[in-house]
Write a protein that binds this ligand. Structure first.
Ligand code: ATP
Length: 363
């Protein structure tokens, strides 16, 4: 039976609408060709430009659209020129993450043969690991609420049992699914600083308790500083990494750097019910409106959405389409003829998206 899914679409600021348009076109075409699933898209206005126009950065109606959807596609939000009265930037994506308790920030790091990377890759090696960044607490817990006096500043790191148990369960399930798909050996690494902070010893203890429930998978630990080193020296050895919010924030940008920049870095923020899929990059106001933005990170985020919906709803055709879409992007990157400027080419947004469409439907 054909399953239908409602997708909330935040096309956001800067290059956001430019990369969202072709992504929704590709998804629409894939769904139209499928007997197994349908997609409908509901626009959800929000972001800095919306705030400048209306005084609201995340209207209640858009939040409701997000809450009631099966999945949320989000491009990029925020503009350095538009700020709240206290000087901070408009970032409704963080409000959505907190409101819907999207605790698992999923950041895949992949380097395919032919892909530009600052690493000197040994022949025959490919990188394919996933970094999971806890996204609701950790050192971001007091975001905007830190105490600052003339002589001192304090921020609090919070690790809770409730969120950590959900996070580790998610990490082991992901490693299990990846192993089943032949994408990894089934190994989960807890990235922490348990040698220095008691909070991380507590984090590690809960990781070990979850690990004990998965004898079919390997579990190990690494300190965050060593992980930064190994991500550069031998990233092909990782499978699933799971870590605290701030550590994950930093390591995921390192991961994007290994992939040759932000233009190919997708992400997902996943909770028990809802999930947001968005590229790691921001709204790139410096190139907005010129048709130059690379749409591939957005398209790869849409592929993650198909994977997640397919898995959650037991719709294997949809999960296969997620895989097909990712492979179409990999094909365009490996082929190298139609790449945007950030990846060393000369193509614009429309040409890059067309190349993916051709790889999907014309090949
Ligand atoms: P944020 O803090 O919102 O994540 P940021 O300050 O890190 O944003 P981005 O908006 O991600 O900055 O842009 C950083 C640089 O990368 C800019 O020079 C921008 O033009 C470039 N960039 C980001 N995304 C893309 C893209 N999709 N295509 C091409 N260039 C991009």
């Amino acid at each position: 039976m054909k399953q239908n899914f409602e997708i909330a679409v935040f096309d956001g600021d800067g290059i956001g609408p430019e990369i969202m348009g072709p992504t929704v076109d590709i998804l629409t075409r894939m769904a139209a060709a499928s007997d197994d699933y349908g997609l409908s898209f509901t626009p959800a206005p929000a972001g800095a430009a919306h705030y400048a126009k209306t005084g609201e950065s995340l209207p209640a109606a858009s939040m409701e659209t997000a809450r009631n959807s099966d999945a949320i596609l989000l491009s990029a939000m925020g503009l350095p020129s538009v700020r709240y009265a206290d000087g901070t930037e408009i970032s409704p994506q963080i409000d959505i993450r907190k409101e819907l308790v999207l605790f698992a920030g999923v950041r895949p790091v992949t380097i395919q043969p032919g892909q530009r990377t600052p690493l000197d890759m040994p022949d025959g090696k490919a990188v394919d690991f996933v970094l999971i960044r806890e996204s609701t607490e950790g050192l971001f817990y007091t975001q905007g609420k830190g105490e600052v006096t003339k002589d001192e500043a304090r921020e609090t790191l919070l690790i809770t049992r409730d969120i950590s148990e959900k996070l580790f369960k998610f990490a082991f399930n992901l490693a299990h699914d990846r192993k089943k798909q032949g994408r990894g050996p089934g190994r989960v690494t807890c990235v922490d600083k348990a040698n220095v902070f008691r909070a991380f010893a507590f984090f590690r203890e809960m990781f070990d308790a979850e690990a004990a429930k998965h004898p079919e998978l390997t579990a190990d630990h690494a300190y965050v500083d060593a992980t930064a080193l190994w991500m550069v020296m031998k990233p092909w050895e990782f499978d699933v990494l799971v870590t605290e919010n701030m550590f994950g924030d930093i390591l995921s940008d390192l991961g994007a750097g290994l992939m040759g920049g932000l233009g190919l870095a997708p992400s997902a923020d996943i909770g028990l019910e809802n999930a947001v899929f968005q590229p790691c990059h921001g709204s790139a106001p410096d190139i907005a409106g010129q048709g130059l933005a690379n749409p591939l990170a957005m398209i790869l985020s849409a592929a993650m959405m198909l994977d997640w919906l397919g898995l959650k709803h037991d719709n294997s055709a949809m999960a296969r389409d997620g895989q097909r879409l990712r492979e179409a992007v990999e094909h365009v990157v490996a082929d190298g003829r139609v790449l945007t400027r950030d990846l060393g080419g000369t193509a614009g947004t429309a040409e890059a998206a067309q190349a993916v469409t051709d790889a999907l439907f014309v090949a």
